[in-house]
Design a protein around this ligand. Sequence first.
Ligand code: SF4
Length: 329
Amino acid sequence: MDVGRLARQVRQKRHPENRVTFVVDSNPNYTNACVADCLFCAFYRRPGDQEAYTLSVEQVMEKIAHAAGLGATTVLLQGGLNPELPLDYYTALVRETRKRFPQITPHFFTASEVLMMSEASQKTIGEVLAALKEAGQVSLPGGGAEVLTEYVRKRISPKKNPDDGWIIVHREAHRLGLRSTATMMYGHVDRPVDWVEHLDRVRSLQDETGGFTAFIPWSFKPGNTVLEKKVPAGAGASTYLRMLAVSRLYLDNVPHIQASWFSEGKKTGSIALQFGADDFGGTLIDENVHKAAGHIQTTTIDDTVRLIRQAGFIPAQRTTLYDILRVYN
Ligand code: SF4
């Protein structure tokens, strides 16, 4: 596939040391209570539902302690859009994590959650992000973007990220000196024209701010969602590999492109390293969002190192912000 070869060439030029990085991380959740009703989501429960939960700060710290005990250096913490939670709850999560687990970078809260914090606290997006930064946050995950066009948003998540919210939060975060990742979840109602617009929007914001560390595309998992009947199978490996390669080529201003062994499976994730990716994502000690859709994958550090080596690269463990911690020569 020509596009794969071109993407590999660009990747080798950009990362000539032939390394593939990974992070030891965990993705716990603090609440599944959510008012957004996204059609693609199997994870959330409406507030008041018998299965809805919200963890206390102490309960979240127990989950982070578990991840820390297994060597995690990143915790990606996210949850539903729960209007009951005050801003102090979120800042306490960041502050306590920093205090108790200095080795862990809190990679907390998607743009959609930041928008909910802003709405619930009646503070501006800038004020919310400044409060999180003051508590010790340095980085935001890129989830919640799905595909950044109004065509897609209106059809799968009309209550989420109105008025270009995802872009506005990331722009403001970058302006305040926070870094973030960008993602794309494709393979539902989206069309190729939406993919191009999405990539173009990420590229344009990166030209403006330089704040994105990585781009991470993954395919929609339809299990247990409202969209399951409409999209029973989701996108396949061939589309994923092309998506990854085009991302590497188009996003020439984003340093890292992440292959997702987790969403696409270890085999496709490994092949993706030949299609322009230079990062293999995280070990994901704890994960519940894909699990709710019936998509279960697990790995270990040893397995990750082995898969990267088998693909012909030098494994290297990194931090949230892509500093190298250990090279597995
Ligand atoms: S994707 Fe997030 S915002 Fe949408 S329903 Fe699920 S938990 Fe809520």
